[in-house]
Design a protein around this ligand. Structure first.
Ligand SMILES: Nc1ncnc2c1ncn2[C@@H]1O[C@H](COP(=O)(O)OP(=O)(O)OP(=O)(O)O)[C@@H](O)[C@H]1O
Ligand SMILES: [Mg+2]
Length: 509
């Protein structure tokens, strides 16, 4: 439970650490970092992909050990290394990006599982477990259906289950690694207000996000890391998103709009007529010509991801027709879609995109092995190696060696491997579902430039994104979906972010 003392002031330090170093094989993830969290504050960690954010929080919650020489002070206790048990005893709870929930168990079981399984109590009745779950949810003002399996909840509700589970303990510091990546704007706002409420109860929150505006609205202080070093710790009220970007990267980015440099003519790459899937999307008429980058935005549940999955053969439509490069397609299997030149970067990189135990190289080339077989059936290893290096360079993937396992990469660098893998197939239709979620602000613009260059060579691209700016500045036109239908189309050259936001808000009412 939250043993909150609302009189805690921001001046008292909950945790402070000095001389934090962490070396992994081949990489120094943190150099002499010092860091502190005040009791009850909302503290954000910002930095580009691979700058050491996740490593630092793993050390705070005792999952990774700092190298020799560290001093970690929590209250009156001083440690040179913190174990998971020490961290838990001090009320440090962490919610990982994958949430670590049990999808086949119910909301009640997931929230109360820590108590059910803890050695201190031999037996917890079903009734007690129900009470624990209800009380934990009450603390953040929610009441999810207790008997519903977690697998059937939205990402946002799963996030709330994970927070409720953390609150069944005596929480003093709640840590969240990129908690908002899979959430829509409305859900993000709801989560941020939960964090603010916890903050009022004296619970400190440490969270990581690549959405800089979001950080600015909720944080008390922001610590910036760059290449494993601490750049500084700032009062959020003293800086803005532009300054933060500069502190993180040393530069500021600017958007260059994408305009179509030729007429929409000839055979369209994609032509859907009245494409429908019961309960997902309806009467989708969508034509995309070579060289076009078309954006799709809208609210949660608007059917965008389901449409993308259908075009990639994962979610066969129930009626309507579709052609790719003029040829009718049944959209019944991924193999068919890939053979027609369709590639799709999934929204959920952690589960859909990668084989985490395999090497970076193998993940990048797994989709193109057939193109590198000799007539004798032997693999052209050298050619593949060159391809890997080419993509590592183009997408600025931060690696120590191409043979390292993908799981040793930071989150954003894993996402770049997913992009590389699909770009390597040289698709005619490239579908990207929230492609830059979890990617830092500097790398975002380099990924957008790569996508634009591919389109200029004739590829047709569909980008799905919650960030209106992302579709507006990188697409030549933007479609808005709502409740499974395309309800509006905007020409990027004559539209503002506010126009599209107002249109979405109007139709959401
Ligand atoms: N288990 C590991 N083995 C080897 N190297 C690792 C391991 N975990 C992290 N690293 C490396 O340490 C560095 C910092 O990674 P970290 O995950 O802390 O970055 P991050 O700031 O969280 O980035 P992102 O925004 O992409 O999630 C990276 O170079 C990463 O490849
Ligand atoms: Mg990370």
């Amino acid at each position: 439970m939250v043993s909150g003392d609302s009189s805690i002031t921001m001046q008292s330090s909950f945790l402070s650490m000095q001389q934090i170093n962490k070396r992994y094989t081949g990489v120094q993830a943190l150099f002499d970092v010092d860091f502190d969290i005040q009791a009850g504050e909302i503290h954000c960690l910002a930095g580009t992909n691979g700058s050491g954010k996740s490593t630092l929080i793993k050390i705070i919650c005792g999952v990774e050990r700092a190298d020799a020489g560290a001093t970690i002070t929590i209250g009156d206790s001083v440690y040179t290394q913190l174990s998971r048990k020490d961290a838990l005893q001090h009320g440090i709870q962490v919610i990982y990006q994958d949430l670590s929930l049990f999808p086949n168990l119910t909301v009640q079981e997931n929230i109360s599982i820590g108590d059910t399984m803890s050695g201190s109590k031999r037996f917890i009745s079903w009734k007690q477990s129900r009470t624990i779950a209800i009380q934990a949810m009450e603390q953040i003002g929610i009441a999810l259906p207790l008997d519903k399996k977690v697998a059937h909840l939205s990402m946002a509700d799963q996030q709330l289950v994970a927070i409720s589970r953390a609150l069944t303990k005596d929480v003093r510091l709640l840590i969240m690694d990129e908690p908002t990546t899979a959430l829509t704007k409305k859900e993000v706002d709801a989560l941020l207000s939960v964090i603010k409420d916890l903050n009022k109860k004296g619970v400190a929150t440490l969270f990581i996000s690549h959405k800089l505006n979001e950080l600015m609205t909720v944080a008390n202080r922001i610590t910036v890391l760059r290449d494993g070093k601490k750049i500084g710790c700032y009062q959020a009220s003293d800086i803005d998103a532009k300054k933060l970007e500069y502190l993180m990267t040393g530069t500021t980015s600017s958007y260059t709009p994408y305009t179509l440099n030729k007429e929409r003519a000839g055979t369209p790459v994609l032509c859907c007529t009245k494409l429908s899937k019961k309960d997902n999307f309806h009467d989708i008429d969508l034509t995309v010509y070579p060289g076009e980058i078309v954006g799709i935005t809208g609210l949660l549940g608007s059917g965008r991801t389901e449409l993308a999955h259908s075009l990639f053969g994962l979610n066969p439509p129930t009626s309507g027709t579709c052609t790719i490069n003029g040829e009718p397609v049944a959209l019944k299997s991924v193999q068919e879609a890939v053979s027609m030149g369709v590639a799709c970067v999934p929204e959920n990189r952690l589960s859909d995109g990668l084989v985490l135990d395999q090497s970076i190289s193998k993940n990048i080339v797994m989709t193109i092995l057939d193109n590198h077989l000799s007539s004798l059936g032997l693999l052209d290893d050298e050619g593949l190696h060159e391809k890997v290096l080419e993509y590592v360079e183009a997408l600025q993937i931060k690696i120590s060696s191409p043979s390292s396992a993908v799981k040793t990469l930071s989150g954003g660098n894993q996402q770049r491997v997913v992009l590389a893998k699909w770009i390597a197939t040289n698709p005619t239709l490239f579908i990207l579902d929230n492609p830059t979620v979890g990617i830092d602000v500097a790398a975002k613009s380099s990924i957008h430039s790569i996508i634009k260059a591919l389109a200029e060579e004739g590829m047709a691209v569909l980008i799905i994104s919650d960030e209106i700016a992302e579709v507006l500045y990188n697409c030549n036109r933007v479609l808005v979906m709502n409740r499974g239908r395309i309800i509006g189309e905007f020409d990027s050259s004559s539209t503002t972010e506010n126009d599209i936001q107002a249109f979405i808000d109007f139709h959401a009412m």
